[in-house]
Ligand binder design. Structure first.
Ligand code: COA
Length: 421
């Protein structure tokens, strides 16, 4: 039997302020339904300069260690997936190691490939464990990003930010990954990028949707071939995606997950029919596709609809949302996960939900995290957006969280502690 590997536990950090997406629509003179229905957004996290990628990563990681009483001497690798790091050379992982006082006996590094960087980190950790190189130790994988497109841009309603920390080990009590079954798809495209020194991303939004859809079809087919060979999918007469209990998609905005799911179904239905769908089949798919989205995907979008885009963390916030809503009923069931990073690289993989998933996700206290935030108005949002990158905020971080505290002697400094008062 193959060695088990996957996610043992998960924790989340989100900025303490949010903007209701309807307030943004009104301020921009846009029909609110364009953002709420057209993009699927309800709220958008607004990070101030003290809540940078390092601070969010350290806060999520400390929550993970504390909630599960993890013995840090058993962690042999710390990888941070990010595309909004704070330094060209010093990785976010080193800051996190220092802030949390983690042992020196671990490998630390960052992984970058737009929103795919978190999955690159997760897969590096799984490979390290499955190969035996870990020597029985676990890995700490953190995905942390602030998504910033800028005021008045088309991407503005899809901003956000968060960090997700995961303990990856040979005891995958949250999600046992079907290691060695991934399907990948990558190509050189300019759909989204951020030249060195720029604070805001540049995005060819509609083209990025096309690139994502091409990638999801390619990665899905590659995964399906390997999953079929391993006996995970047995009914060739129905779309194989329907043989998974749930599908979780990278969600730069919630509507993208819907587009992706309908695209995967459409590709499969056309392959089964051996031809493009006729009018009757298209009408049927309009109903059945919508029902399939509601049953298979919708529950994974809770956090994305309330926090916005979180780049590397997006897929894993989807996993957290889904298990938060349905962890008990999904125990023992297989689900599909699709990760996309512009540029582009993508990966479809699958995993089986662990028997303790509901209990483990409860410790992440997601409802409390959302409820503890402060709603701000458009004036405050615009004020925060115009603060300099290295501007500091007077209030010190609440116990158990970290915050950027200014640059001294050319070095970024942070305040905060792992301890909760
Ligand atoms: N009521 C309901 N829906 C409405 C509407 C209204 N009044 N007005 C527009 N819509 C719908 C549109 O039909 C469209 O939905 P569809 O794509 O299903 O057809 C959706 O709202 C968005 O409208 P659109 O005109 O395409 O918006 P836009 O040109 O302003 O840009 C994005 C939308 C997504 C391209 C833009 O927000 C963006 O660039 N975001 C960043 C993209 C990204 O993150 N890419 C990374 C790839 S992973």
């Amino acid at each position: 039997m193959k060695q088990q590997v996957g996610i043992e536990a998960i924790a989340v950090a989100i900025p303490r302020r949010y903007l209701a997406i309807e307030d943004l629509a009104v301020a921009r003179g846009v029909a609110p339904a364009k953002y709420t229905v057209g993009l699927g957004a309800l709220e958008m996290a607004v990070a101030d300069p003290s809540e940078d990628t390092v601070a969010l990563a350290a806060t999520a990681a400390t929550r993970l260690l504390r909630a599960h009483d993890i013995d840090v001497s058993q962690i042999g690798m710390l990888v941070v997936g990010t595309e909004t790091g704070v330094d060209h050379s010093k990785p976010v992982a080193s800051f996190v190691q220092g802030l949390l006082g983690l042992p020196r006996t671990m490998r630390t590094f960052d992984t970058q490939h737009a929103c795919y960087g978190g999955t690159a980190a997760l897969m590096a950790a799984c490979d390290w464990i499955a190969s035996g190189s870990a020597g029985g130790k676990s890995a700490l994988v953190v995905c942390s990003d602030i998504a910033r497109y800028g005021m008045q841009s088309a991407g503005e309603p899809t901003q956000g930010g968060a960090a997700v920390a995961m303990l990856v080990s040979a005891r995958p009590e949250l999600l046992a990954i079907d290691h060695g079954t991934s399907g990948v798809f990558s190509t050189d495209v300019h759909d989204f990028w951020r030249p060195i020194g720029r604070r805001e991303a540049v995005v060819d939004g509609h083209y990025s949707i096309e690139c994502y859809l091409e990638a999801v079809a390619g990665a899905y087919r590659a995964w399906r071939e390997r999953a079929t060979a391993r006996g995970f999918l047995n009914d060739a007469s129905m779309p194989r995606s329907e043989q998974l209990a749930r599908m979780i998609y990278h969600a730069p905005f919630c509507k993208m997950a819907r587009k992706a799911h309908l695209h995967v179904r459409r590709c499969e239905l056309e392959e089964l029919a051996g031809a493009p769908l006729d009018a009757a089949a298209l009408a049927r798919e309009e109903r059945e596709g919508a029902a399939s989205f509601d049953a298979q995907v919708a529950a994974s979008l809770l956090l994305a609809s309330r926090v916005g885009n979180t780049y590397t963390g997006s897929l894993y916030l989807g996993l957290a949302s889904l298990l938060h809503a349905q962890g008990t009923e999904l125990a023992g069931q297989r689900m599909g996960l699709f990760s996309y990073g512009s540029g582009c690289s993508s990966e479809m993989f699958s995993g089986v939900v662990g028997p303790r998933a509901a209990e483990i996700i409860a410790a992440a206290r997601l409802d409390e995290l959302l409820a503890d935030r402060t709603r701000i108005d458009i004036v405050e949002y615009e004020r925060i957006m115009q603060l300099p990158r290295e501007g500091t905020i007077a209030a010190s971080p609440v116990p158990g969280t970290f915050g950027f505290a200014g640059v001294r002697d050319d070095r970024r400094t942070y305040a905060g502690s792992a301890a909760v008062a």
